[in-house]
Each structure stands twice: as C-alpha cells, then as structure tokens.
Design a protein around this ligand. Structure first.
Ligand code: 3NM
Length: 216
C-alpha cells in the first residue's frame, strides 16, 4: 500500500507553545511518519517557507509531508502530496497535475463525500469528526463510530479517523476498521509531544496485533 503510515499528524501552530518545526520534530522523534501542514491563516510566502522547513525535517525522519489545499505549495517544496478539503480543487483535477507521483488525501464527513473522493481518485481519506473536538464549531457535530464502520464497508480507500482522537478512544476507531488515526491536539498540545506520539504508536501497534489475533 502506498499509504505506509497509520498516524497522520495535522498541524495547528496555535495548538502548541513551541515553534511548529520544534513541535513537529518531537512528534517525528516519537514515531509519527506523516504530517499535514494545515495553517490556513498564513500568507502564502510564510506558508511556503514553513513548508520548506517541514520538508527538511520530515526528510530527516523518512516521513511524508502533505500540504493542506495548496497544490502549488506542495509541488514547490517537493511534498509527498496534498490534502484537499471541501473548498479545494477536486481530487480528479489535482491528479492531472500530480500524475501518479504524488499522493492525494481528501477530508470527508459523510458517506457521500467518501464515495465521491473514491470516484475522483483520492489515495486516502480522513473521516470525521468521529468524536467531539474542541474545534467542534468548525467541523460540525460528531459523526460517530457507526458511520465510520459504514464508510469502511462501502469505500475501498485507506481511512483515517479524525476529530477528538486521543489515547483512550483509538481502540474504537481501529475497531471500526479504520486504517489509521489523524489528530491535532492529542499530540501537538501534549506537555510532552514525543511521549504522546510514542504512546499513540504503541497503542496502534497493540490494536493491530489484536486485530491479527482476531484473524483479520
Ligand atoms: N478536520 P483534534 S476535525 C482539522 O472532521 C480537522 O474534517 C476535522 O483536531 C474533520 O485532533 C479536525 O484536536 C480537528 O480533535 C481535529
């Protein structure tokens, strides 16, 4: 599978007291292998320079870098891909620019959006918010684990459960069939970012072993 990560760290530089590059470095030290730069309020030159810096750091760790929405910035910094939201270009149009060389992630919030992402050629999707998140106002009411199960049955793409994910509810998300988890605050707002990432990794490993044990 092209998607070789199961923790997808999404950035919000306001969620950490450290500088974003410092915070991301700690998460990578803790085992995170995919980062989405999502700083929607930054002017493009600042975004570009932050993207370049994160490209350097992610490379050091052999980790993937995705840029939210900005296909141009993703190409300019040689990112691994882009992550598209509802207001972004459709995945099918981005594919014409990227060809098969770069990956396309798409944010989805219900079954129809997930199916559309598949039809349009996404490589993976996030689905959420699964649980209540502090940023609930922006992302809507929680969709719940049941709808994640439903999407997993009907859409043949790697799925990352997103929204309110923390160490205590990873089991539910992976138990619903998700391929991984995506989050901001459970890692970036932790007092010890590296340890939080290590802990997520450990729990995901345990959940995967349990699934293998159950004969999946
Ligand atoms: N997108 P936290 S929920 C960026 O449902 C984002 O599409 C969502 O933050 C969606 O991990 C979300 O701190 C915020 O709950 C996730």
């Amino acid at each position: 599978m092209k998607i070789d990560f199961n923790i997808y760290l999404i950035t919000d530089r306001h969620a950490t007291t450290l500088s974003l590059p410092e915070a991301v470095r700690l998460a990578l030290k803790g085992g995170v292998r995919a980062v989405q730069l999502r700083e929607k309020d930054l002017p493009v030159r600042e975004l570009l320079s932050l993207a370049r810096e994160l490209r350097g750091i992610t490379r050091e760790f052999g980790a993937k870098l995705f840029i939210n929405d900005r296909v141009d910035v993703a190409v300019a910094v040689d990112a691994d891909g882009v992550h598209l939201g509802g207001q972004s270009m459709p995945a099918s149009a981005v594919r014409k620019i990227f060809g098969r060389h770069m990956l396309i992630g798409v944010s989805t919030h219900d079954l129809d959006e997930a199916k559309r992402a598949e039809t349009e050629g996404a490589d993976f999707i996030t689905f959420g918010p699964v649980f209540a998140t502090p940023s609930k106002m922006k992302f809507g009411a929680p969709v719940g684990v049941e709808s994640l199960i439903d999407v997993k049955k009907q859409v043949n793409l790697p799925i990352f459960g997103l929204g309110g994910v923390n160490g205590g509810n990873i089991w539910q998300i992976l138990g619903a069939g998700a391929d991984g988890i995506a989050m901001i605050s459970a890692i970036l707002s932790a007092d010890d970012i590296q340890r939080a990432a290590e802990e997520m990794n450990r729990r995901i490993g345990e959940a995967a072993n349990r699934r293998i044990g159950e004969g999946e």
